[in-house]
Design a protein around this ligand. Structure first.
Ligand SMILES: [Zn+2]
Length: 363
């Protein structure tokens, strides 16, 4: 099969498109013909060797996969060749103290797609049936690939960790990102007042179409001043934070009394100073959030099936153009997700085979 492989950590130039042996489905596993794989910023960190996950090259990236089952391994029941599936990001042990208490995202021996299997920047992927989720017919492949991490993470942060309630006000940082725009949609349909910020007026305009009530341009406006103006000096109930650095600190300062800041990332500054006095006097909370649960993704799939939320795809690229796809993401211009459309490669290859066969038949 064709796959994007890197043999050493580094920039985009370490990516190679190679022919590698097809993965084989072991007992309890299936082989998936990948049709779409969404890109994530974590892919860049993994490629550069700064992810703080135990990853060694050679490596095939790709966490968010959609495809069809091509082959069943020994002992697989309940799944058929042709079933349209997406592998849930983690396979859980089901036995550790976290799995047994409904906190599966903290499983002590979780197997991640692309870490414990090969990744989705490839034509095929083998994984355990423990990962598999069915994809609703209503969702096209690229949209389905764009759903899981953005909406699963947003649901887990807003509702399970942040305990967002109808009538509350939430500040969502960087609404132009995949998880930012997903949070705007979920918070809006949950009945919260949504204040969002972004680096450009274009991104704010797009977020308004998704249900954002008030936008703040954080490159030209003072975030805390605007939040206080919009909330009558009360501050917000919840801050949805995934950036780190300055936006983390502005988020803390935007919280009202008893406010919560829920955080899942720190790309813009992973270590920050922290003013303890106003933090405890206003009884604020900082809450960490890590990935999401299968139930949460299934709830989002159902909302997407009913058209209540829309996974945003900025652009699709064939596997051959992976370098341009990653470069586009790294420029951070996009609103929504960038998706490798592997079915385009397969269709092109089939077309070429057909032309060759037609020529042979004529000749
Ligand atoms: Zn477990």
């Amino acid at each position: 099969m064709k796959a994007v492989v890197f043999h050493e950590f580094g920039g985009i130039d370490v990516l190679r498109i190679e022919d590698v042996p097809d993965p084989r489905p072991g007992p309890g596993e299936v082989l998936i013909d990948v049709s779409a794989c969404a890109l994530n910023h974590l892919d860049v960190d993994i490629r550069e060797g700064v992810s703080r996950f135990p990853v060694e090259p050679p490596f095939i990236l790709g966490l968010e996969v959609v495809g069809r089952i091509a082959e069943l391994g020994a002992g697989v029941e309940g799944w058929q060749v042709g079933d349209r599936v997406m592998p849930f990001l983690m396979a859980h042990c089901g036995e550790c103290r976290f799995c047994r208490t409904g906190r599966e995202s903290l499983c002590t021996s979780a197997g991640f797609i692309s870490f414990s299997t090969s990744g989705g920047y490839a034509e095929r992927l083998a994984c355990s049936t423990k990962h598999l989720m069915r994809v609703p017919d209503e969702l096209p492949d690229p949209q389905a690939a764009a759903l899981q991490i953005a909406f699963g993470t947003a649901w887990h942060m807003l509702f399970s960790r942040g305990n967002l309630r109808p009538g509350e006000t939430v500040l969502i940082n960087s609404v132009g990102s995949g998880i930012g725009s997903a949070a705007v949609q979920l918070a809006h349909i949950a009945g919260a007042t949504v204040i969002g910020n972004a680096s450009s007026d274009d991104k704010l305009a797009r977020a308004s179409e998704l249900g954002m009530d008030h936008g703040i341009n954080h490159s030209t406006q003072d975030v805390v001043t605007e939040v206080m103006r919009l909330t009558g000096d009360r501050g917000v109930d919840l801050v949805y934070e995934h950036c780190g650095g300055k936006l983390f600190q502005l988020g803390l300062d935007s919280l009202g009394k008893d406010g919560r800041l829920v955080i899942c990332g720190g790309h813009s500054g992973e270590v920050v100073p922290f003013d303890i006095i106003p933090f405890f006097r206003a009884q604020k909370s900082v809450i960490g959030s890590f990935v999401y649960t299968r139930d949460e993704v299934e709830a989002c799939l159902e909302l997407a099936r009913r058209g209540r939320i829309v996974p945003l795809v900025y652009r699709t690229f064939p596997l051959e153009e992976v370098a341009e796809a990653m470069a586009t993401m790294e420029r951070r211009e996009q609103f929504g997700k960038i998706v490798l459309d592997t079915s385009a490669d397969r269709d092109a290859a089939a077309e070429k085979r057909k032309e060759t066969a037609d020529e042979a038949a004529r000749g």
